[in-house]
Design a protein around this ligand. Structure first.
Ligand code: AP5
Length: 213
């Protein structure tokens, strides 16, 4: 049986979003990406979105109170009853503890391991669809038509936090605040580390293996 309450853990650019999209199709459970939820809140011009903006543009973590409210609301939705793929959450120990406080246990945490130099290459060439959020890369996963999403036909763009300076800030924040969660989940016995450096297909197969309970 495959795990259905899972976390994809890993540094910025490790492939969490890319791999989550495939898992959504195969496992029939939703992807809950706090980055996507925050970007949607910004686009909608909500109070929360406005408060998150400066933190996101600087590559810093958005305050826990804002993120936890978003996650709680999303996990209460009907489609998340049978399971979910958490992508980009939790990102520090306080968030992980808040997740532990919910009565539903996380079954598997997949840690995608990718070295920094590769992360920088991936993030600086990434293009994202404005409409459906699908992720592409100018060299590794180009769209068939430049600037147009293969999945929904929407326009693709480069994220504002995918610039050299902000990428360095995000990698620093990951090392200080998120990386310690590897040990946190190892101690809980739910962690599996997957080499995230191969072809997308090979990484996906390794993730499916890691999800077997
Ligand atoms: P978020 O949107 O979550 O960004 P992130 O964690 O930095 O992760 P990314 O989306 O950059 O990377 P990814 O691992 O999904 O990689 P992808 O699959 O796209 O967060 C943005 C901001 O929101 C944060 O900085 C923070 O401010 C805030 N935030 C979010 N969550 C928060 C939280 N919980 N608490 C507080 N603040 C929060 O892949 C990257 C590229 O590589 C793509 O171009 C892809 O095509 C390519 N690629 C993927 N796999 C491969 C492969 N195997 N080979 C070659 N290329 C590949």
């Amino acid at each position: 049986m495959k795990a259905k309450r899972l976390i994809l853990l890993g540094p910025p650019g490790a492939g969490k979003g890319t791999q989550s999209q495939r898992l959504v199709d195969d496992l029939g459970i939703p992807q809950v990406s706090t980055g996507d939820l925050l970007r949607a809140a910004r686009k909608a011009g909500t109070e929360l979105g406005n408060q998150a903006k400066a933190f996101m543009d600087a590559g810093k973590l958005v305050p826990d109170s804002l993120v936890l409210a978003l996650v709680e609301e999303r996990l209460a939705e009907k489609d998340a009853r049978e399971g979910y793929i958490l992508d980009g959450f939790p990102r520090n120990e306080a968030q992980a503890k808040a997740l532990d406080d919910r009565s539903i246990a996380i079954e598997r945490v997949v840690n995608l391991a990718v070295p920094d130099a590769e992360l920088v290459r991936r993030l600086s060439g990434r293009r994202v669809c404005r409409d459906c959020g699908a992720s592409f890369h100018v060299d590794f996963h180009p769209t068939k038509v430049e600037g147009t999403c293969d999945r929904c036909g929407g326009e693709t763009y480069q994220r504002k936090d995918d610039t050299a300076e902000v990428i360095q800030s995000r990698l620093g924040v990951y090392g200080e605040q998120t990386k310690p969660l590897i040990a946190y989940y190892r101690e809980q016995g739910v962690l599996r580390t997957v080499d995230g450096t191969g072809e997308m297909e090979a990484v996906y197969r390794a993730i499916l293996e890691a999800l077997e309970l």
